[in-house]
Design a protein around this ligand. Structure first.
Ligand code: 5GP
Length: 357
């Protein structure tokens, strides 16, 4: 048994040091990025922020709105081929949607059907998503999907360490999804005791990914997945080196999120639940096997209305970070960032009286 002594950090453990800046307005901060990839020949341009592939936020309704902002929707795994046939009658925006699959036999069969029906070409991205990216079977699945979809942008995860980040890229992925245990609806740290503080995971995995280059301008990329409680966490993840930010809870509770509006004591809520919660396992697989425990939460999220206002707030916050640290483009965030370790991130004693909350 070995103990690693170095303390690893979460978003809440740091703040960003302000820097002298030549920017005159928040308007000057450009939030778009353009990427080339290690395997895929595609070039992608947009705002590198995406929904989680969760039942509550990886929805068709979300894609219709987010694509207008050049943001990405990662669809949940439960849409059928017929659902997609219907959806693509009125949607043509491949760069801003992701097809998600797991690594079970059924997932591969469905992918092959998506390929033979040509539906897969409506997507620029494919995401191979497992909670534990350390399984050998996962690497085999990445190799197979790369073989089947040679020019798609392949995302694979989740992992939290540098050596596995490298393996995943070399196996065929373009982008590695980083995060084990930080998610707001995730109980893995509590149930299994496994995890890695997310800011450090993002720093270490991004460093590893960016070191892998194909010599033609394409290199390994990362997605910071989960644990972003505030827009500032999104900024910190970009500063830590994440190329994309993906999250669930901040995309939930809106009109475009799935689920009914529930009323309790005169207040409106929408449900948000982990993909490994009892609710998800029973709704989508019909049962929870008795050899496994639930590793997800089911919560009622205060209903927040249409998502546009949140997106404007999010973009405004990121532009604000850019002006404070002197970064004119999102690409410059990591170069301009200095993190300060803190004992206390926020002053919260008036939060309960906040009339705008
Ligand atoms: P959030 O943005 O809510 O903090 O985190 C969203 C992320 O949590 C997802 O993208 C996914 O990686 C992770 N996640 C979602 N559901 C579950 C779950 O039931 N269990 C675990 N361990 N992680 C989950």
């Amino acid at each position: 048994m070995r103990i690693e002594e170095e303390v690893k950090l979460d978003y809440a453990d740091v703040l960003l040091r302000p820097k002298r800046s030549t920017l005159s307005s928040r308007k000057d901060v450009n939030l778009e990025r353009k990427f080339s990839f290690y395997h895929s020949n595609k070039v992608w341009q947009g705002v590198p922020i995406m929904t989680a592939n969760m039942a509550t936020c990886g929805t068709f309704e979300m894609a219709k709105v987010l694509s207008k902002y050049k943001m990405i929707t990662t669809f949940h795994k439960y849409y059928t081929k017929d659902d997609y046939l219907e959806f693509f009658k009125n949607f043509n925006d491949p760069d801003y949607i992701v097809y998600t699959l797991g690594i079970r036999d059924e997932d591969i069969i469905k992918l092959k059907e998506m390929i033979s029906s040509n539906l897969i070409n409506n997507f620029s991205f494919i995401c191979i998503d497992v909670p534990n990216g350390y399984l050998e079977r996962f690497l085999d699945a990445i190799k197979l999907v790369r073989e089947l979809c040679k020019n798609h942008i392949i995302i694979a995860g989740n992992v939290v360490t540098n050596e596995m980040t490298e393996e995943i890229i070399l196996a065929g992925a373009d982008i590695v999804k980083v995060g084990i245990g930080p998610g707001s609806a995730c109980t893995t740290r509590r149930m299994a005791g496994v995890g890695y503080p997310q800011l450090s995971a993002v720093i270490e995995c991004s460093d590893a990914a960016h070191g892998i280059s194909n010599g033609k301008g394409g290199y390994g990329l990362t997605i910071a997945d989960g644990g972003q409680q505030y827009p500032s966490c999104v900024a910190k993840a970009f500063c830590a080196g994440a190329d994309f930010n993906l999250f669930g809870s901040m995309f939930s509770g809106f009109d475009e999120s799935a689920g009914e509006i529930v009323e309790r004591d005169g207040k409106k809520y929408k449900e948000y639940f982990g993909s490994s919660s009892n609710k998800a396992l029973i709704d989508f697989y019909g049962k929870k096997s008795d050899y496994r425990a639930s590793e997800g939460r089911y919560v009622l999220m205060p209903y927040k209305g249409p998502i546009d206002i949140f997106i404007q707030d999010l973009f405004g916050s990121l532009r604000s970070t850019g002006t404070y640290i002197g970064a004119r483009r999102l690409k410059e965030f990591p170069r301009r960032a200095t993190f300060i370790k803190v004992n206390r991130q926020l002053t919260t004693y008036l939060e309960k009286y906040d009339e705008e909350k």
